[in-house]
Design a protein around this ligand. Sequence first.
Ligand code: PEP
Ligand code: MN
Length: 343
Amino acid sequence: MILVLDPAMDELQQQEFCLKLQKRGFFTRLINQYGQLLLSVDGPDEEQFAREAGSLLGVAEVIPGKHSYFLASRKCQRRNSVIRLGTVDGRAVDIGSDKVIAIAGPCAVETEESALLLAENIRQIGGQVFRGMVFKPRSSPYSFQGLGRAGLPILDKIKRSTGLLILTEIRDPHEAEMVTDHADILQVGTRNMSNYQLLKHLGQCKKPILLKRGMGSSIEELLCAAEYIMSHGNADVILCERGIRTFEQFTRFSLDIGAVPVIKELSHLPVIIDPSHASGISKLVSPLAMAGIAAGADGLMIEVHQHPESAFSDGTQSLNPDEYKELISKGQKVAQAVGRQLF
Ligand code: PEP
Ligand code: MN
């Protein structure tokens, strides 16, 4: 459970308060972030304690339950978080404002030549962030695992020659250290949303984190995962709905479009959708992207490949540059219709 403490409590009062709870067998951890003073309390008879905690001196609010989060919630911050991702062409790129952003690129960086050509196309068509994955979490150990460390200089080249911001995925703290000077945004994929040691580590990272919803995770679990990163020091978290596993077999996953307005109500963090991984089928990507913009998403993540039929991975859900161009032009109209702008 979380106790929101009166921020006016001085250090001695905080320590005395913690000591009292520790004597009753509770584990406590103080979190002093973003002007909020929180106390994480866990231990025996937590539910019983939650009922009495509200009346203790210095406690402003009690947030009970095993899915408790506060820093990621609207309770902590009423206004939308606007996260600065970097600059493109000398202009700041923010997510969470009235502008919808586009993140586009291949499932995996395959060769320098193909990645550079695609990035240049994306730059011309529109989009602020190039997704270039070099560490690929694959369901089968026999599938292409990405170029690994050898792909990092390619990301540098793409940034230098196109000016696009770079997003790349990391699967463990070691990879996070390796990519930090080569990427503007670090992605935690669906399979790692519940890798809590990684999330804690990313709390110390100075880059924005794009956190994908676990394919079998609830919205509350996603917000708790964001809280892990935030309570360890990094407030720049972008959430991503990328489809969840349901009984439906036609699509690869089911895009939970309702998650967008629900997250917007519960949290101040920006939310994007990934219709490519959600559907697994290229012809469904554009309609789902339109639904995402209409539902209030702050960004799109779209897989694009110069020749989807020969992609090393996820070719069936990748758009070619012409299809991506069409999606962007439709998306601009939908964004305008809901009072926003697609860049
Ligand atoms: C990806 O974005 O490349 C990816 C693997 O996505 P997910 O983790 O959503 O499957
Ligand atoms: Mn992919």
